[in-house]
Design a protein around this ligand. Structure first.
Ligand code: FPP
Length: 272
């Protein structure tokens, strides 16, 4: 783990203090973020929702720069859910436009910072022009070995799990898969996130305390961090604070604390 400290915050600043307090040996491998609150951010400033999303895209740039300098292995950002099609057409069009703009303006930065671009979600429904941008970004960064950046597009956890179930049944019907072979490992290998470790830390901004159909299977043991901060205001300090909170948690994965494994605890059974 090689943290680029000066790249994130200069010595003597409050951000640097926060950064220096973090434990490099306890960094999350995978951070997932539900970026919420662009609309409220805009409303508070008398701006359009679309301007809120534009400010949100800027926060995405900052976050990616920081996670790459923290040498975090993977980040997954919830940019468009399968339910977001219910929004006004103009807003939907603006969101896809922002994504294209983002790819255009960031591709060089991705390569420079060694970031590998990817997506999760059902891309079938997307406009072919959007898919072309996504392919371009994926191709251009395929050899990058730094942080894996996954953008969730037309994604929802239930949609993904239904697709995996259909695949299992189809394979079984053709005699290529026995029911016994469908275990957690098989499911992991067929999710959109195959090959990426489960998120250690799930962040949701804007004060809502919901999971909203994001990575339902994968967050079984994720630490969840909620903050009141609206997504466009989520900067370096906010990300470092989320990681600090994560590092203070005691992850047991259903087991016991090491100190409780000595047999001195008479009833230690129900940790989660
Ligand atoms: C939630 O805010 C945010 C979204 C639905 C979209 C997230 C999109 C971006 C951050 C910008 C583009 C993304 C990339 C990757 C370039 P909201 O509209 O639900 O806010 P509200 O709850 O305050 O109305």
């Amino acid at each position: 783990m090689m943290i680029d400290r000066d790249g994130i915050a200069l010595p003597g600043t409050p951000e640097r203090q926060l950064l220096d307090e973090l434990r490099p040996d306890r960094m999350p491998r995978h951070v997932a973020i539900i970026m919420d609150g662009n609309g409220r951010w805009a409303k508070a400033r008398n701006l359009s929702r679309i301007q809120g999303h534009r400010a949100g895209a800027q926060a995405v740039r900052t976050t990616l720069e920081t996670v790459s300098r923290l040498d975090i292995e993977a980040i997954t950002l919830y940019a468009f859910s399968t339910e977001n099609w219910k929004r006004p057409k103009l807003e939907i069009r603006a969101l896809w436009g922002l994504l294209k703009e983002f790819i255009d303006s960031q591709l060089d930065t991705f390569k420079k910072n060694n970031l590998r671009f990817g997506t999760i979600g059902d891309l079938e429904r997307l406009d072919p022009s959007v898919r072309k941008y996504l392919d371009r970004a994926r191709q251009a960064t395929r050899d990058c070995t730094g942080t894996l950046v996954k953008i969730a597009l037309n994604y929802s956890g239930r949609h993904e799990l239904s697709r995996v179930l259909r695949e299992a049944v189809a394979n079984a019907g053709q005699g290529r898969l026995k029911p016994d072979e469908i275990d957690e490992d098989w499911i992991n290998r067929h999710l959109d996130t195959a090959g990426t470790p489960d998120p250690d830390l799930l962040i949701r901004t804007s004060g809502e305390q919901r999971v909203s159909n994001f990575l339902l299977w994968q967050i079984a043991y994720s630490e969840i961090y909620f903050t009141e901060v609206l997504w466009p205001d989520f900067g370096v300090t906010e990300l470092l604070e989320a990681i600090q909170s994560y590092q203070q948690r005691n992850r047991r994965f259903g087991g016991l604390d090491p100190e409780n494994l000595t047999g001195t605890e008479p009833h230690g059974g129900t940790s989660v």
